[in-house]
Write a protein that binds this ligand. Sequence first.
Ligand code: ADP
Ligand code: MG
Length: 265
Amino acid sequence: MKIITVNINKGGTGKSTISYNLAKYISEKKDQKVLLVDGDRSCNLSYSFDNLGKSTIVDIFDRKPLEIYPVSKNLGFIKGSELLEDHSLDLKSKQNNCMIMYMWISDNYKRIEDYDYMIIDTHNDDSLVTSNFLAVADIVLGVSEPSRNGLRAWLELEDTINYLKSELIELKTRETYVNAEPYLLGNRVDHIGNSSKDFLEVAEKQNNFIGIIQKKEMLAKSLIDDISIFERENKMSVKEKEKHESFFNNISSVFDTILEKADRT
Ligand SMILES: Nc1ncnc2c1ncn2[C@@H]1O[C@H](COP(=O)(O)OP(=O)(O)O)[C@@H](O)[C@H]1O
Ligand SMILES: [Mg+2]
């Protein structure tokens, strides 16, 4: 199982939108199994699934039994909680407080090994909770909007990951537990705007730039209507499909690149 954590310390860049659509892409278009995790106390993903029970991601941090909800054939879901936050969890006072998710995964590996990918959506902060999700990642998807602040947040994400790599080490061997490789994904890029042009100019020079996703109404609506862009595509007429063809070709190829990077780790 490969773990993709979606994070950047900036709100509203499209982390939840991309997590949701990437999970649906893998589970429905690729017919592979995904465990989607709502690691954001805003719980935006959790509102998009009905009939979930009481168990949430907080159970992992409280070392209680956790329920994984089977939301569709290939998609399991771990529900979010507004209590997923350093203070409520009393994380500061705990030992190994960035390694709780790591330990849960190794303790529960038999239970989750059938999933091909785990995708973790996160809050835009540098909390201990979020560090737990960065520490387990094979790749981190830094979803940035095309602005100067977006680029600043991307550079900060690289620093955060390097910091975790140097801090979360096995004490005897000094080997790091953190393998996370960060990748920059530009989102909500519109080809007319100046900020998009400036962004692209800098982004394309970054080593780990993975590509861009256009600004698109269909994506904006996916978490509001609880329908992925791929489910929407299935319902389109031939003519509508033609109209959106280049958008779908681009996003599918960006998503494939993300999966290739994850598989290669
Ligand atoms: N590519 C896109 N095109 C248009 N709107 C988008 C796109 N990606 C995200 N959005 C919209 O931007 C807003 C923030 O997205 P969201 O996924 O909630 O961000 P985050 O999880 O990073 O806070 C939402 O209203 C969402 O619908
Ligand atoms: Mg979000």
